[in-house]
Design a protein. Structure first.
Length: 292
């Protein structure tokens, strides 16, 4: 077992873009863990001062395995955004990874995001680490069912949420994205590789150009992909999402309860209240999606 990790061992946080990795590190420290940050080069942008940190390329398996051995890493959690897949020049495989190179290459070229994440999880498991989900380290970030912040839902909000759930579910099955925007019962935007905030910026442009009615608000829906491994890339919203919703003229956001994260929850909730927007958690297994 690499580094003597097994089911316990030190926790490593593979940190991509955004503040989520920092929140996870702080939650781990509150739980008496001593997390080690592997900050992905050209991706991680939070301030990890006060934590043991090493910058590494996402494809540098040699360096990452050295860290795993040296620090006694037994658990790994992946958090934060990754905008660029590793290119050939950044891949430095270990011997065990060399044997998997043909399948790795196929995944990098042809696989969707979920396939790439499963591949990365498999590489860490091959090092003897247990890969955890963010929700295991920071369960307080998980969204609950129901209306979480903002005004009561209208009948039109519920219609838009239901249509958004159907669209986001179909999108997820294709391993394309997690989000959909519905206005007046019509899907007007689907999330692709650009991410949620860029999709909402596109919606704002459509609104300004008159392609979307200014009288109808609409909603953003974010769901886990049906086949998604919950240990990586859970749908995430935060204050920047709420600001983008307001700029796009939407009424609010619905995320999948128990399978989505809300970062900076107090700030996100306060911003939603200020702008008159709702934040809701939906449960796909409940009548009416569990909404009030």
């Amino acid at each position: 077992m690499v580094g003597g990790g097994g089911q316990k061992g030190r926790l490593a946080i593979i940190a991509g873009r955004g503040f989520l990795p920092l929140y996870v590190a702080e939650a781990a420290r509150r739980a008496q863990d001593d997390p080690y940050i592997i900050a992905l080069s050209n991706e991680a942008d939070a301030d990890f001062s006060g934590f043991s940190t090493q910058i590494a390329g996402i494809g540098d398996a040699r360096l990452i395995e050295q860290i795993v051995r040296r620090e006694g890493i037994g658990r790994v959690v992946m958090s934060g955004g990754v905008h660029k897949r590793p290119d050939w020049g950044s891949i430095h495989p270990t011997l065990r990874v060399v044997f998997r190179l043909p399948s790795i290459v196929r995944t990098l070229i042809n696989g969707g995001d979920d396939a790439v994440l499963r591949m990365v999880i498999g590489i860490f498991e091959g090092m003897g680490c247990r890969v955890c989900g963010v929700h295991e380290i920071a369960p307080d970030l998980l969204a609950q069912t129901g209306l979480l912040h903002g005004p009561a839902l209208t009948d039109q909000d519920r219609i838009d949420i239901k249509a958004g759930v159907d669209a986001a579910s179909a999108l997820g099955r294709l391993d394309i994205g997690q989000g959909a925007v519905c206005v007046g019962g019509r899907i007007i935007a689907l999330e692709g590789a650009e991410g949620t905030d860029s999709m909402l910026s596109r919606v704002a442009d459509l609104r300004r150009s008159g392609r979307i009615s200014k009288r109808k608000k609409g909603v953003l829906v974010k769901l886990c992909k049906p086949q998604q491994d919950l240990r990586a890339d859970l749908p995430t919203i935060g204050p920047s999402t709420i600001a983008a919703l307001s700029a796009a003229g939407l009424a609010g956001v619905a995320v999948e309860a128990g399978r989505s994260l809300i970062v900076e929850r107090a700030a996100a909730g306060e911003l939603a209240e200020q702008h008159g927007l709702f934040i809701a958690g939906v449960d796909l297994g409940l009548d009416g999606l569990g909404l009030p």
